[in-house]
Design a protein around this ligand. Structure first.
Ligand SMILES: [Zn+2]
Length: 389
């Protein structure tokens, strides 16, 4: 009996050891998968010159011994010559020299780049009766047209032309609403000859200038921007309710996105009128406010609105998958459409699109940046854990 129990104990010990070894092996292979995925992401960022990765890593090219920022305008190197570094220091410690085009060693370049793009926006805004060319914009801010086009799109979200065009149609709408004579309005806002506008009018105005003029009524939007634990928070309201809640790293980029989205409206900054609403939204970031009932004024298709309502029913501290939402709406096939509706959610936080994740457990996308989604979910999980329930 005694021997048997010793034997059992021994085999139990060996089994435990074997299990430990297997799980260690699994862990190692998981780590290497994670490492591979990370490398792929970084390489993708280099290939796309994705400026949202600026300052987050650097890449070195073994064949040249030079290291660069992910957004460097130089030709993309061969994938197998590339290695990645967390900092300029670590690249230099590994013997790489800084690139003379993107100056990866200097911290100020990022800000300078952003300031240049902002200067380009201001330049576009100042040309009220025409759209400047890329070449002109580039020489104004000292940047090559192609690089400018790419960076502008990454930072502002649309091309310089699309930006100028949205402002132009906004100005035209205001002139028409103000009762200005159509031909004058067209000329003064940079459309030149009226025949050109008549070609574009159906899509941009949704109707002819004359009918548009008959409709009148301008939408008024008040907005404010405040710092929050998740970066800057922009809250915009019409007379009917909140029409936009946005999160971002840069206050002026948020401001410009709003102007672009509501080109037709009169937009004014107002830091006082809706202070309490803004405070309530800030509170939403750090705790559950189940009874919060703010008036909303959101535009969307019937399906989008259904999705947004479904999102508002996800309890604080919990998540659902895109598949769950599609099934709950009685449209199990519409998983992708649900994802698109989440991405189009105009009201961050109040409509908690951050609580929807992929079925495989990964976070999925987030219009306001995946890091913010991660942070929000972590806050919420922590809060609901602490709450005695
Ligand atoms: Zn470079």
């Amino acid at each position: 009996m005694l021997t048997l129990s010793v034997l059992c104990e021994r085999s139990f010990f060996f089994m435990k050891e074997a299990i430990a070894r297997i799980s260690q092996a699994i862990e190692v292979s998981l780590l290497s998968v994670k490492y591979q995925m990370q490398q792929e992401t970084l390489w993708q960022a280099v290939s796309d010159r994705d400026c949202s990765f600026e300052g987050k890593f650097f890449y070195g090219v073994r064949s040249t011994g030079i290291y660069c920022r992910p957004t460097c305008p130089s030709r993309r190197p061969n994938r197998n010559q590339v290695c990645f570094f967390e900092s300029a220091q670590s690249a230099e410690a590994a013997g790489f020299r800084p690139c003379k085009r993107c100056h990866p060693q200097s911290e100020t370049v990022l800000n300078t780049t952003k300031n240049k793009i902002m200067a380009a926006c201001q330049y576009i805004e100042a040309q009220v009766d025409r759209i400047p060319t890329l070449l002109e914009l580039g020489s104004h801010i000292g940047m090559s047209p192609t690089y400018l086009q790419r960076l502008f799109k990454q930072i502002i979200g649309v091309s310089p032309f699309q930006y100028a065009d949205a402002l132009r149609v906004g100005r035209l709408k205001q002139c028409l609403q103000g009762g200005e004579e159509i031909a004058h309005a067209l000329y003064n806002t940079g459309y030149g000859s009226s025949s050109r506008l008549y070609e574009k009018a159906p899509q941009q105005l949704g109707m002819t200038p004359r009918i548009y003029q008959g409709k009148g009524a301008t939408m008024r939007i008040a907005y404010t921007i405040v710092p929050s634990p998740l970066g800057y928070l922009l809250v915009a309201t019409t007379e009917k309710g909140i029409c936009a809640v946005k999160l971002g790293d840069e206050a002026d980029v948020l401001e410009r996105t709003l102007i672009l989205e509501f080109a037709r409206a009169d937009i004014l900054r107002d830091d006082h009128t809706y202070k309490e609403w803004v405070q309530a939204i800030l509170d939403l970031i750090v705790r559950d406010l189940p009874d919060l009932d703010l008036p909303l004024d959101i535009q969307g298709t019937a399906f989008q609105k259904q999705v947004w309502q479904a999102l508002q029913k996800i309890p604080y501290g919990e998540t659902r998958t895109y598949t769950d939402i599609a099934r709950d709406l009685g449209k199990p096939q519409a998983v992708r459409a649900v994802g698109n509706a989440c991405g189009a959610n105009p009201i961050a936080l109040i409509v908690p699109c951050h609580r929807v994740v992929r079925s495989n457990g990964s976070l999925g996308g987030y219009h306001w940046g995946i890091e913010r989604k991660q942070k929000l979910l972590a806050y919420e999980a922590k809060q609901s854990e602490e709450k005695p329930n």
